[in-house]
Design a protein around this ligand. Structure first.
Ligand code: F6P
Length: 551
């Protein structure tokens, strides 16, 4: 057994899990009128209700013991202090410095990084303003109407998600587009509608060696030059965001048009850095600053609040509770706001690339589950797709519901009618998952309708019973503003961090994506030329041969 699973806190939670058995949340609510107050809190403009969980005050106490045993507070402080907690890459983890709105210095190897952070932010602001105001023009002197961000993973998902989420704040005449997939369709379909004279490309890649991004960037450059003809015009239409100046120059982008960041910014934590340039162009520097401030407010809460009142820590510990003691292998994140339609996709990288690990920080195999699979869609669409399984399937899938109290689009026969319907759905879903519906309730309901015989009623009862006792958190905010979104993202970043610490894994590397990349580069030249016998397994060789015969 590893130190974690043989530890006193782990053993106490295992015992407690047995003691709790089938205790139903319905009964816990009935027994304690103060449950909602006890298990809810507000921080950085977000309200979290976590009362609909399979927990008692004892559960929480034991989970907090686990967090303390794993030294969550110590690791948190080391992260904020710029220590190299990304051990396999010997790097600090300082996305919090990017949104540090205080005058506190943040040191990496004794050097305050804040002046450099502020300098890049100022350049981003100036550039974003120039594009938005039509001062930065294309080579023909026309203002930029379309910005295409070419990046993938962390250099795409964050900016896409945020620009979609903050569309109500977007510039009216500068449209944002995102191309990530190396499938030529993504670039081709995007460029189909664009005018090279008024299109600006942001090539975003931390390493500037990512195959998908460079392939797309080279094709975009060809598309532009087919029209502009002269290489000299590239400077007005291509800028780069990267940590790798040498590769940027090699691609042909002037370093004067490059926005830098640093190795202590992980790709999936980089939307706060220059990777956020498309966001700053879309919503403007002031709103971008509000996004940073919202995240900073959550950072301050996470950094200073005691664990028992610490929103990210509580969310993380609840996740650990279900993952490790209830065998819940997936979680659903369900935003009741159409603007958050890419939120789950963004969180998939944040959570699954961070905590999809199976060795401890010191390289031993884990003997406990780590990160869950994460999925989600905006409500109410999800309700008509996969909620059936969450309500009545055989897997336990803890849910996070997210909703703003007000909408940017208060439409309907009566003002705001749509939003009230939306909210009634989110509250109803959480209630239904928790309460369920007993056989007695189903029987009484069907009998009262008077439409069915007693035999028919009895035949249907088992199908219409909802077990309930299905856990969920509900996160509310007044409005989906840049600040609220910043706080929400930071909440999940810190949640993932705490879980990584509890599980004793490194949440900040991603070696797991390397093997596929390596094999793809071996296969690429063999696709046309064919492969030597025995170079691949029969399946891979067979698929390649089928492709050659059928292309
Ligand atoms: O998927 C692996 C990964 O390294 C991610 O962590 C990263 O966000 C993405 O590739 C893109 O990398 P880059 O920004 O260097 O192009």
């Amino acid at each position: 057994m590893t130190a974690l699973t043989s530890s006193p806190a782990w053993a106490a939670l295992s015992r407690h899990r047995q003691d709790l058995g089938d205790t139903h949340m319905r009964d816990l609510f009935a027994a304690d009128p103060g449950r909602f107050d006890a298990f809810s809190l507000e921080a950085a403009g977000l309200f979290l209700d976590y009362s609909k969980n399979r927990i008692t005050k004892d559960t929480l106490g034991l989970l907090l013991d686990l967090a303390r045993q794993q030294d969550v507070e110590g690791w948190r402080d080391r992260m904020f202090a710029g220590e190299p907690i990304n051990l396999t890459e010997n790097r600090a983890v300082l996305h919090t410095a990017l949104r540090n709105r205080s005058d506190r210095p943040v040191r990496v190897k004794d050097r305050d990084v804040m002046p450099a952070v502020r300098a890049v932010l100022e350049r981003m602001d100036a550039f974003a303003t120039a594009v938005r105001d039509g001062v930065w023009t294309g080579y023909t002197g026309q203002p930029i109407t379309d910005v295409v961000n070419i990046g993938i993973g962390g250099s795409d998902l964050g900016p896409v998600m945020v620009t979609e989420a903050l569309k109500p704040f977007a510039h009216p005449h500068v449209a944002l587009h995102f191309v990530s997939n190396v499938d030529g369709t993504h670039l081709a379909e995007t460029l189909k509608w664009l005018d090279p004279d008024t299109t600006l490309f942001i090539v975003a890649s931390k390493t500037f060696t990512t195959q998908e991004t460079l392939t797309n960037a080279h094709s975009a450059r060809r598309w532009f030059l087919d029209s502009a003809k002269d290489e000299a015009h590239v400077a007005k239409h291509f800028v780069a965001v990267s940590t790798n100046e040498a590769e940027v120059v090699k691609f042909g982008i002037d370093p004067a048009n490059m926005f830098g960041f640093w190795d202590w910014v992980g790709g999936r934590y980089s939307l706060w850095s220059a990777i956020g340039l498309p966001i700053a162009i879309a919503i403007g520097p002031e709103r971008f600053a509000e996004l940073l401030s919202g995240a900073h407010a959550m950072d301050e809460h996470f950094r200073t609040a005691p664990l028992e009142r610490n929103m990210p820590a509580l969310l993380a510990l609840l996740g650990v509770w279900y993952r490790n003691f209830w065998d819940a292998s997936s979680i659903a994140v369900l935003p009741y706001d159409q603007y958050l339609h890419r939120f789950a996709a963004y969180l998939q990288q944040l959570d699954m690339e961070s905590n999809g690990k199976s060795v401890t920080r010191d390289g031993q195999p884990v003997d406990h589950a780590t990160g869950p699979a994460l999925f989600g869609e905006p409500g109410t669409n999800g309700q008509h797709a996969f909620y059936q399984l969450i309500h009545q399937g055989t897997s336990l899938i803890p849910c996070d519901f997210i909703a703003p109290a007000t909408t940017h689009n208060p439409i309907g026969a009566e003002a705001g009618a749509h939003h009230r319907i939306l909210l009634s759905n989110v509250f109803a879903q959480a209630e239904a998952l928790m309460r369920g519906k007993t056989a007695e309730e189903v029987r009484a309901e069907m009998t009262a309708s008077g439409k069915l015989s007693q035999d028919e009623v009895e035949a249907l009862v088992p199908h219409r019973v909802f077990p309930g006792n299905r856990p969920s958190n509900t996160i509310l905010m007044k409005s989906l503003t840049p600040a609220a979104l910043g706080a929400l993202i930071a909440l999940y970043e810190h949640k993932v961090f705490v879980q990584g610490i509890v599980w004793n894994i490194n949440s900040f590397d991603q070696w797991g994506v390397e093997l596929g990349k390596q094999l793809a580069s071996t296969i690429l030249p063999e696709l046309e030329a064919g492969t030597k016998d025995g170079a691949h397994d029969a399946s891979t060789a067979g698929l390649m041969a089928w492709w050659r015969a059928n292309r």
